[in-house]
Design a protein around this ligand. Structure first.
Ligand SMILES: Cc1cc2nc3c(=O)[nH]c(=O)nc-3n(C[C@H](O)[C@H](O)[C@H](O)COP(=O)(O)OP(=O)(O)OC[C@H]3O[C@@H](n4cnc5c(N)ncnc54)[C@H](O)[C@@H]3O)c2cc1C
Length: 416
């Protein structure tokens, strides 16, 4: 059979499905992608609301991600860098901390902030050196504990853990207790130490859009909800079937495969609220952290601080809530506004939109992770991909799609 006639169905046009399609195309195949929504991107999407770009949840790309370097054309994305630091609001004080080796103006404020002791600085430096000397694979093989235990065991002071690590990494892991694996912490810390957090000029959705634009021989069928994957066929809502030689489920498979006892994926969620502000309380492209365990607000960011495209004289503010709550939307908006006034001195905010994301990051067990070849296979010709099989990050999604494509190619190679 000629390669173009081999039927490969991919379920999901998120980063993992798109990277799989690119790899299959490279090998001469023409996959068909079924996507239930009307756009590519999955969890990486951007809406335009009143002229503002609103990402679905505050997200950044770490430009040192090895797979991002391989898959994205950074120049074309016009990446906007965030400064390697944070403004910390404690309610009593507002201080700035950051890496003075990459942004020298951070030197004095960090020293004067009182957040990090000299010993903390030394520990940060030695951890940075240690992790930069390791490969990503080695980082994921380090002995494992929770991030909170790791930081304590490394000897970081209670002050830096409470005022910096806790709010900063809660915002990344989307859980307030830093129970996430220390391997994940070390990976992210290594990536932050090697590069910058960046956002494409046209919002995070530019990332999957760029991958989709590179596809020449794949077909994306939008608004196509896959109901089941049966022996040799993908069953779509509405009754149509797609007979396949190989299928890839690049999504949470929950219930797609009859008789398959899939463990239900557990997720961390969050709320991101967007407001229009009269002015910025942080003029530089710097993330703001609320370091108070009782506060709902975890972090704030002014997307207009990295773009020249602010709307007139107004500014866009994103606010992320990580802790669980049972507030209605209007109660949440009022509570958040109150905290923004109390901690960050922000007033006169106009609420624009809320993204309540229940399934933001998968809770994964990193103890058995094997980055060099974990591909999930069901039966002989159904494969799975997605960050939930690795760890919650766009790097993992790209990597997972790539590995699933390699497994499909291997399977197809054995058929002839
Ligand atoms: C709020 C938030 C913040 C984040 N922050 C960061 C960050 O700062 N840095 C970082 O690296 N990562 C971050 N992430 C994680 C990153 O976005 C994900 O790791 C990545 O997008 C996962 O891609 P995926 O392809 O594995 O899954 P998904 O993006 O979930 O893609 C799955 C696709 O499958 C489709 N689909 C599902 N079921 C079906 C069906 N039955 N039929 C047809 N189609 C179906 C979905 O519509 C979706 O398009 C964040 C995520 C969120 C939500």
């Amino acid at each position: 059979m000629v390669k173009q006639d081999v039927k490969i169905g991919i379920i999901g046009a998120g980063l993992s499905g798109l990277s799989a399609a690119l790899n299959l195309e490279k090998a001469g195949y023409s996959p068909v992608i079924f996507e239930t929504t009307s756009e590519v991107g999955g969890r990486v999407k951007t809406d335009i609301v009143e002229g503002y770009q609103l990402d679905h949840g505050f997200q950044v790309l770490l430009d040192a991600y090895p797979k991002a370097v391989e898959y994205f054309d950074y120049k074309d994305l016009k990446l906007q860098r965030l400064l390697p630091g944070a403004r910390i609001f404690t309610g009593k004080r507002t201080v700035t901390v950051g890496d003075p080796t990459r942004h020298f103006p951070f030197f004095l404020p960090t020293l004067e902030s009182g957040v990090a002791s000299l010993r903390d600085m030394y520990l940060l430096w030695t951890l940075h050196r240690e992790l930069q000397g390791m490969s990503v694979e080695e980082v994921f093989q380090m002995s494992e504990m929770t991030t909170a235990e790791f930081l304590s065991q490394k000897g970081f002071s209670e002050k830096i853990r409470r005022s910096f690590f806790s709010p900063f990494f809660s915002g990344i892991f989307l859980e307030p207790d830093l129970k996430t694996s220390s391997r994940m912490f070390c990976f992210v810390f290594k990536m932050f130490g090697k590069g910058y957090a960046v956002i494409p000029r046209n919002g995070m959705a530019a990332l999957p859009a760029q991958l989709a634009n590179k596809l020449n021989n794949s077909e994306i069928r939008y608004n196509s909800l896959v109901k089941r994957v049966e022996k040799g066929k993908i069953v779509l809502e509405g009754g149509a079937d797609f007979a396949f030689d190989a299928a890839l489920i690049a999504a949470d498979a929950g219930g797609l495969i009859p008789d398959e006892d899939e463990d239900e994926i557990q997720w961390h969620g969050c709320d991101t609220l967007y407001f229009e502000a009269e002015k910025r309380s942080i003029s530089e492209p710097l993330i703001g952290l609320v370091a108070d365990p009782e506060a709902l607000v975890n972090n704030i960011f002014f997307p207009t601080s990295v773009k020249s495209a602010s709307r007139g004289s107004k500014e866009l503010l994103s606010v992320t809530v990580v802790r669980d709550h049972e507030l209605s939307e209007s109660e949440l908006v009022e509570r958040v506004k109150g905290e923004l006034k109390e901690f960050c001195g922000l007033e006169d905010l106009r609420f624009l939109k809320r993204y309540h994301i229940r399934k933001a990051l998968p809770k994964v067990d990193l103890s058995g992770i094997n980055l060099s070849g974990t591909v999930k296979k069901i039966g002989k010709n159904v494969f799975m991909a997605g960050d939930h099989l690795y760890y919650g990050s766009s790097n993992a999604a790209l990597h997972s799609g790539e590995q699933a494509a390699q497994a499909i190619l291997k399977y197809l190679g054995t058929r002839t």
